[in-house]
Design a binder for this molecule. Structure first.
Ligand code: OSB
Ligand code: MG
Length: 373
């Protein structure tokens, strides 16, 4: 039984990335993000991470909007709840529209708290059945094609069994062909983050099939469901939706339109673990496989993602790479490392199963505010 909360802390952290991460919408050198720490009267804690970035480029939320939403609207909800369970929180937060990343950050912390109180791993509480999750690596846009081939080689040597290339108009035909030529056997996915106009459909199909791309992720705009359905029709690759799927009804409509043959689940995008689990199960019932997407999370968000990815609907390899692919020094211990056959071990300890390293957190923390009832 979850006890009422004594404090909520909101930290802003800035972690330098091992290398810049460039997508069709921009380049990041650091990741700036919020951490939510809830604490009960008995001294138990729960951690959640907010995936919103400095700028609203992937979606409409940013660190600033999430900070406002969490501190001004969601923290008061938490302090009004007699039992701060994820379900009770989501029920009260539902009257506010949007802000899924802000809501997810808080919901994640409550899931971690509940699992720690139960003395069980979050994976187990969510119905996880795998000891290891299958992972791949998402490779950003590079300065040149040779540089890209070099980075891909580096990740293959490290043991990653699947490569996702970020693409955009002008960074597609040549880089994808070069990687395929150099690594004839590699499992290759591409992700455009909505960068293509729907009139590019035939060209995308042509270069994807020519280079044996196994999956094309979100080439068109969030609302372009018909175009994704058209691309998926008779395609030799899976069409994956990321940004288009923001809740249960957008998934229902996309499934009805046959607009996806793979689902990228991000707890941040859909407003938490509970909804993430629900949509992954719904997709599985429709015969659509799921996998966990990533938002370059620190160890806190990564641990939550790995817990959900250990549940049955997650059958494709996830964008959950080892800690050292993102950060020289992560804020949690122990680091996530790549294991055999391109897998990462699911932590077995209580809650998310990793601990926040206070020394590292303080070193990279830009601000910290504590709220009390
Ligand atoms: O679309 O999957 C995406 C990172 C930031 C924003 C959007 C995306 C990504 C990634 C990174 O692809 C995946 C990861 O965390 O490894
Ligand atoms: Mg994506």
């Amino acid at each position: 039984m979850t006890m009422s909360l004594a404090a909520v802390r909101l930290d802003e952290v800035e972690l330098p990335l091992v290398e810049p991460f460039e997508t069709s919408f921009g380049v990041e050198h650091h990741r700036r993000f919020l951490l939510v720490r809830v604490e009960t009267k008995s001294g138990l804690e729960g951690w959640g991470e907010c995936a919103a970035a400095s700028d609203p480029l992937y979606s409409s939320e940013s660190v600033a909007t999430a900070r406002w939403m969490i501190s001004e609207r969601l923290v008061p909800i938490l302090f009004r709840l007699p039992k701060p369970t994820p379900e009770a929180f989501l029920r009260d937060a539902a009257r506010y529209r949007g802000h899924p990343m802000a809501k997810a950050a808080v919901e994640l912390a409550l899931h971690d708290l509940r699992a720690r109180e139960a003395g069980q791993s979050l994976s187990k509480l969510l119905g996880g059945q795998r000891k290891r999750v299958c992972v791949g690596v998402s490779v950003g846009i590079q300065a040149s094609v040779p540089k890209l081939v070099d980075r891909v080689g580096h990740y293959l040597e490290a043991g990653y069994g699947r490569i996702k290339l970020k693409v955009r108009p002008g960074w597609d035909v040549r880089p994808v062909a070069a990687v395929r030529r150099e690594y004839p056997e590699v499992e290759l996915w591409v992700d455009a983050n909505q960068a293509y106009p729907t009139r590019a459909l035939a060209q995308i199909r042509a270069w994807a099939e020519k280079n044996e791309v196994a999956q094309v992720e979100q080439p068109f705009a969030e609302r372009a469901i018909r175009a994704h359905a058209e691309l998926a029709r008779n395609a030799r690759f899976r069409v994956c939706l990321d940004e288009s799927i923001v809740d249960e009804s957008s998934l229902e409509d996309a499934l009805g339109a046959r607009a996806l043959t793979s689902l990228n689940v991000k707890v941040a995008r859909v407003g938490g673990l509970s909804i993430g689990r629900t949509i992954a199960r719904r997709a599985a019932r429709a015969g659509v496989p799921s996998w966990m997407g990533g938002m370059l999370e620190s160890g806190v968000g990564r641990a939550h993602n790995i817990a959900l990815a250990s549940t049955p609907p997650f059958v494709l390899s996830s964008d959950l790479s080892a800690s050292d692919r993102y950060y020289h020094e992560d804020i949690t211990d122990p680091p996530f490392v790549l294991g055999p056959r391109s897998t990462i071990e699911v932590p077995r300890g209580p809650g998310i199963g990793v601990e926040v390293n206070d020394r590292v957190l303080r070193k990279h923390r830009r601000s910290s505010r504590t709220y009390r009832p």
